[in-house]
Design a protein around this ligand. Sequence first.
Ligand SMILES: Cc1cc2nc3c(=O)[nH]c(=O)nc-3n(C[C@H](O)[C@H](O)[C@H](O)COP(=O)(O)OP(=O)(O)OC[C@H]3O[C@@H](n4cnc5c(N)ncnc54)[C@H](O)[C@@H]3O)c2cc1C
Length: 399
Amino acid sequence: MNAPMNPAANLSDDAAFRSEVADWMRTHLSGRFAQLRHRGGPGDEAFEPTLRKDWERELAAGGWTCVGWPRAHGGRELSIARQVIFYEEYARAGGPGRMGHIGEGLIGPTLVKYGNAAQQARFLPAIVAGREYWAQGYSEPNAGSDLANVQTRCTRQADGSWRVTGQKIWTSLAQESDWIFVVARSEPGSKGNKGLSFLLLPLAQSGIQIRPIRQLNGGAEFNEVFFDEAIADSDALVGAPGEGWKIAMALLEIERGVSTLGQQMHFAHEFSCVIAAAKAFGCDRDPSIRDRIARAATGLRTMRYNALRMLAGDALSLGREALIYKYFWSNWHRDLGRLAMDVLGSAGDLPSDDPLIRPLQQLFFFSRADTIYGGTNEIQLNLIAERGLGMPREPRPAA
Ligand SMILES: Cc1cc2nc3c(=O)[nH]c(=O)nc-3n(C[C@H](O)[C@H](O)[C@H](O)COP(=O)(O)OP(=O)(O)OC[C@H]3O[C@@H](n4cnc5c(N)ncnc54)[C@H](O)[C@@H]3O)c2cc1C
């Protein structure tokens, strides 16, 4: 986007844009969608998936999906500052957790950068319109942090199509998705990050079985996905054969950075719920709770400025600042979960449907996962040490 000629004019444009988003949300997150307010976020993903897909289409009709994507691919090409405003107003209005997050936030931007014209034409419009939903098929029972140990195999057939055999695990919302992207081994006998390819497969086919994993909180947000000669068509390969690692890492960078912008705005809402609970449960005068609330407020502000600094460049590729971002937000959020439970005291110990208590219990449970998915704490610290500080690389098995 062009640099503003007149900063003052730009500020008032921003204010006008802010009220445009707020007005739209007020008008549209109403009627049958009103029950979605503040629902469907982390730990609550299984809430009303069908209605939330309708909500995605409502957003799409208003032009509010994929707001940072290039116009050529159906986006609004909003500047980072405008995207922040959009997400702030979305969260302020109680906009629900986005069913389209993996399509809009992960595979879409990856296809914008690495997909061919046919793939972009086939997949991007359906993501923008909220018609198709995606799952991420990276992790396997023996390939989590060590993703390069992927054992799922893919073989090219004479007609150019692919057959995929193996198992993925922890696949979020596969049961609600139409497509899955997988990293699979295309060169037999290859090891480590060599010989991998990145493929796109429809989930509704006889070669794919999805089995839910029941969690401690009763939900089943993620799944095991089994592939038995599953079919991917001849145009399903992103990049060249053997380039799977490069594509997979580019997508992970997006996952650890720009795609969390919206999530951060949701944190502000959760933080306000913790404060409300502290007042309701009478611990807002407790000096140690007050101290932790003040620290959380500082962390929230720090996160916002770091996100702006990080995203000031190209919204689809991230700079060095991004290395600390995932580590910072996930630990901040996990600590907020602990604070929430301390604020609730014994009232938080039993399952509850109280609207003041239940969301904070969910926050506590789910925030335990934040320091695991998208790269565990230990892996993030390795990345900071090696890529950010130039320290010696951790020994790795020979490829
Ligand atoms: C809520 C949630 C949703 C998820 N959704 C998806 C999804 O949709 N798709 C998908 O593909 N995956 C998904 N995952 C999986 C996630 O990416 C993996 O859990 C993560 O990569 C860690 O892998 P792992 O569970 O196999 O743990 P492991 O890799 O076995 O790690 C176990 C422990 O060992 C430590 N460790 C491992 N290697 C090192 C090292 N080199 N140095 C120091 N410590 C190390 C780790 O930090 C961790 O503490 C999800 C996970 C969660 C929790």
